[in-house]
Design a protein around this ligand. Structure first.
Ligand code: WTA
Length: 701
């Protein structure tokens, strides 16, 4: 993208290395799907059209049970801090559990599938979930001393107790902050300190790739890290993966660490009334990477968030209470919050929680789970699809399952990969929705409406009902449909799922999402406040959006967001490292991965291999294995502008075998060829070039 921020500043962005796919043919949903769909009435677009905004969102609000009805659907008096369902009161755990009991108490709310295939799966009925959530809520209130509005950090793997913990927080109006289980203890500690959580909820261990992973050890690091940040954690509540045995080598610290199963004995059978919460009370925080080194706490609200995930789960995921729904994401990411826990449970669906990696013990595992539990809605990411296709392209054919609906989310999906998903996994009968959205958004922004719009491989589709996306260039000019040029995708209007703010940092919220395109900071009219998503996109003539990737310092690794600045900061803590630059590099399975360039301080005696090992170890400790780089290059110097700024754009071009472009303005242009030879080998450069403003990098196929 010639006009994206990256190329102007010398930064490297994902959107710059995006592939320019050709337009694909439409594929239509089957009559069978349409006949049973929740949303088959074409009038939806009229109902959710701009002339009916914001009242259209009453349709989602009305899917919930309110203790006190809202008085005003949208309050814009303090832009861009929109308020939704103002005056309304409700409880999220009531909406996800209690209200289903009269009709569905004996139906499975959750089915836990352990990674070990010999361990039987466990179905938890709505009644059982009700009991467990009440008991744990009583423990949080009466043993841990937590009160409405307190924050609680939860660092847990994919086990049902994670959902119990979240819903117990929601029952009391505690603000949960779930940290992805694969993040390190340090990452958890920083988030606990930022949110001011006095209590951590952990588990001792979990299975991943056939191994029992010691997880409690990371709690000790988290507490120590929080302490370094000046914050004291006074209780760590530890669930045990296997009752009666402790799967960690880390000692339990007396007076601080408690086994949940032991404490729960005192709360057996306890029932607590759900606390009636203001629609605008915060429900949870979810930390995500942004453009600076520090992750930011995205603060989601109670009423608007739940209404939005319920509405989109019903209309876009097509969830009915009788469906068996499996989203293979991790609950520690926003997809898991919205589309494993809150949306499906608000609709009384059966939601599957799978503990392990998709291809354990082999690439047939997901399809065996689908067959055994008769899953009919399946939700996953392009990375998982690529991996399952690569390791077991014929596997789905061996199992007797039939999805009616499938989702892809988190990264662009190559049309080739999309077709395998459609033909082999969906057996040409399931519809696919390619849903584009972000942690900050609560729920889907762009997607086809599964029974109403044809699918187009590689394109997310139009804005979902009530979302009016637009593409602006750097000068805030709207780029018309079919222009063939990429720009910044924005949402013109507020919607109920958007975050309220960044925890403790209102200025950052405004700066990050609204400053760029705000027409008038004094205006109280939402039309002057488009939301800047930070993604590059193209809008085709048919109104379908194709997302290219981030235009900022964020890399989407296997659908998980990582900040390049976070990784660079980690590298700079290593003695001997003088400079570090992180750029996105295309990866066949994970979509993108970080690639690291470091230069060393003079006099560093460690061997290159030792330095590479240190970089990898430091990143794993400070962030987590997920941020592991594809390659670490030790270079004699960084390409720099005359003012001393590292030209990451040049490094990204080298990493991705792209045209390096003009380097005459660099302070040290000679270093570029030296690094290129080091990274790419000595052969002649065959740089690939694409259309005017989207650099082509060849497909990942
Ligand atoms: C990317 C995940 C292409 C995008 C729900 C966005 C996608 C970032 C898609 C948010 C999609 C998400 N097609 N790209 N269907 N969905 N993205 O916050 O770059 O973890 O900005 O939320 O993922 O990642 P996050």
């Amino acid at each position: 993208m010639a006009d994206s921020r990256g190329s102007q500043t010398g930064e490297a962005t994902e959107a710059q290395i995006a592939v320019h796919w050709k337009e694909e043919e439409y594929i239509h949903p089957s009559q069978n799907f349409i006949a049973q769909a929740n949303l088959a009435d074409k009038s939806v677009m009229e109902r959710f059209s701009e002339k009916n905004f914001p009242d259209c969102y009453a349709e989602y609000g009305n899917m919930l049970s309110w203790d006190t009805p809202w008085q005003k659907i949208l309050d814009t008096s303090d832009p861009p801090f929109w308020k939704w369902f103002v005056g309304g009161k409700l409880n999220v755990s009531y909406n996800c559990i209690d209200r289903h009991l009269p009709k569905h108490k004996n139906k499975a709310a959750l089915i836990f599938v352990a990674e070990n295939e010999d361990e039987p799966s466990v179905a938890i009925t709505y009644q059982e979930l009700y009991s467990r959530v009440n008991e744990f809520a009583a423990l949080l209130r009466d043993f841990a001393g937590l009160k409405t509005g307190d924050r609680v950090t939860i660092h847990m793997p994919m086990i049902p107790e994670l959902t119990v913990a979240m819903l117990a927080c929601a029952r009391l109006g505690l603000i949960h902050s779930v940290v992805f289980g694969g993040f390190s203890g340090e990452a958890c500690g920083l988030r606990a300190a930022d949110s001011g959580s006095r209590v951590l909820i952990y588990s001792d261990s979990y299975y991943r790739g056939g191994k029992l992973i010691d997880h409690k050890a990371s709690a000790d690091i988290a507490v120590a890290t929080a302490k370094r940040e000046g914050h004291t954690v006074d209780k760590v509540l530890v669930w045990r993966r296997h009752l009666g045995s402790y799967g960690s080598a880390a000692p339990m610290m007396k007076g601080r660490d408690f086994f949940v199963d032991e404490v729960l004995k005192d709360f057996r059978g306890k029932k607590l009334p759900p606390v009636s919460m203001d629609a605008e009370a915060p429900l949870f925080l979810m930390y995500t990477s942004g453009t600076t080194g520090k992750p930011k706490g995205c603060q989601h609200r109670t009423g608007g968030y739940l209404a939005y995930v319920t509405g989109t789960s019903k209309y876009i995921e097509d969830i009915h209470p009788e469906d068996v729904y499996w989203c293979m994401a991790d609950i520690g990411w926003i997809t898991g919050h919205s589309y494993i826990v809150y949306g499906p449970l608000a609709l009384a669906a059966t939601s599957i929680i799978y503990e392990g990696v998709p291809n354990y013990p082999d690439a047939g595992r997901p399809w065996r789970i689908a067959e055994r539990l008769d899953v009919n809605i399946f939700h996953t990411s392009p990375t998982a699809i690529r991996m399952l296709r690569k390791t077991g392209p014929e596997e789905p054919k061996k199992y007797n399952f039939q999805f009616k609906h499938m989702t892809t989310v988190g990264e662009p999906i190559e049309p080739e990969v999309w077709r395998w998903y459609y033909d082999v996994v969906g057996k040409r009968k399931a519809v696919i929705v390619d849903t584009w959205w972000q942690t900050e958004n609560g729920g889907f922004l762009c997607s086809t409406k599964p029974a109403l719009d044809p699918m187009k491989p590689g394109s997310a589709g139009p804005g979902v009902p009530g979302i009016y996306p637009v593409i602006y260039d750097e000068n805030a000019q709207e780029m018309p449909a079919g222009s063939g040029r990429a720009g910044n995708i924005c949402i013109r209007n507020p919607w109920p799922g958007i975050i309220q703010t960044i925890w403790g940092d209102r200025d950052r919220f405004v700066r990050q999402y609204y400053q760029k395109y705000c027409r008038n900071p004094q205006s109280k009219d939402w039309r002057d406040w488009p939301y800047f998503a930070g993604d590059g996109a193209l809008l085709a003539a048919d109104g379908y959006f194709r997302i290219l990737g981030r235009v900022d310092d964020v890399i989407n690794v296997a659908g998980h967001r990582l900040g390049t600045k976070e990784i660079e900061s980690a590298c700079l803590t290593i003695s001997g490292v003088a400079e570090a630059a992180v750029v996105p590099v295309v990866d066949e399975i994970k979509g993108r991965m970080p690639e690291i360039y470091i230069s060393l301080r003079p006099g560093t005696t460690a061997s290159p291999q030792e330095m590479v090992d240190r970089v990898i170890r430091t990143i794993e400790t400070m962030i987590g294995k997920i941020a592991r780089p594809k390659t670490v290059h030790i270079v004699p110097d960084m390409p720099k502008t005359r003012s001393g700024k590292i030209m990451r754009r040049v490094l990204a071009a080298i990493s991705n075998t792209m045209n390096i472009g003009d380097i005459t303005t660099l302070a040290n242009p000679d270093i570029v060829e030296q690094i290129r030879v080091q990274v790419q080998g000595k052969g002649p450069v065959v740089a690939k070039e694409g259309p005017e403003d989207v650099k082509q990098f060849g497909t990942v196929e």
